[in-house]
Design a binder for this molecule. Sequence first.
Ligand code: ATP
Length: 318
Amino acid sequence: MTEAWRPDDEDERFRRGARGSVKVRVPAKINLRLAVGPLRPDGYHELSTVYHAVALYDELTARRADTLTLTMDGEGTGELALDETNLVIRAVRALAAYARVPAQARLHLRKQIPLAGGLAGGSADAAAALVACDELWGIGLSRDELATLAASIGSDVPFLLHGGTALGTGRGEAVSPVLARPATWHWVLAMADGGLATPAVYAELDRLRAAGAAPDPVGPPDDLLAALRQRDPQVLAGALGNDLQPAALSLRPALAQVLDTGVAAGALAGLVSGSGPTCAFLARDTAQAETVADALHDAAVCRDVHLTHGAVPGARLI
Ligand code: ATP
């Protein structure tokens, strides 16, 4: 990795950072298409995915301090460790080491994105931490430098910096924007009780494939990219797909009822988000989304329901 700036500039830049607090808002992601290729020698699967950032946000506030501390409220409070294993702390330490500044900040995380929900909440928080401390410390890294640091923290982190709708390749960390005129897509998210560990879902997919019990892979996303350009939700609905869905359903059979309930209520399509267990339903408009959300709520098949939309920007100062 290249140096962020000449050592002589270091003190000056650090002094120039924000004096008050810095607040960053970061969205959750769903995968409109998630094609899982073979297991690579490094233990990751080769992916071809279309990420889509939706308006369900975590917020990270950062203030100057003499030490590094993290507090939180909202989703996962009391459950999520706030120590060195937290992706916020890992991101802050990575940025501080790269920029050669002391890792000192008072951080508070307000979490709406459920833990281990297949919505990349942890990666989102890491992206927020990079943007927040870059500003707090007056570092001023380029988007490319931030993306390189992000990829060293986790596969989904570069996308959460980027936001919008984007193609992810490699292990998901190589992100390129999807070129389509901006459109708003309406989604309903059904949050489950308890999470699913991403490695367990990939392992279950490997097991199903080895046993010849996995459906045909969803394949590369060319038709999905064409559907996005068409801006017709019915066409997009037909192109959604997730290779991890059968594995998530195998580990959590009750998700089948969630998917059936949303589709029976009129959703154009329903799919497991990433590694699950959150399910995402595409609706034609807000009215249809409300009908789907009400049906999911009334059937009591999930812990919580969120109406949302995409695509929205990635981690941004507010
Ligand atoms: P993905 O969709 O990227 O597979 P996910 O949405 O299923 O991720 P996350 O909530 O991003 O799951 O996090 C997975 C695990 O990462 C959690 O179970 C937790 O142990 C760990 N983790 C570390 N820091 C965080 C954080 N700030 N927020 C959430 N999880 C975190």
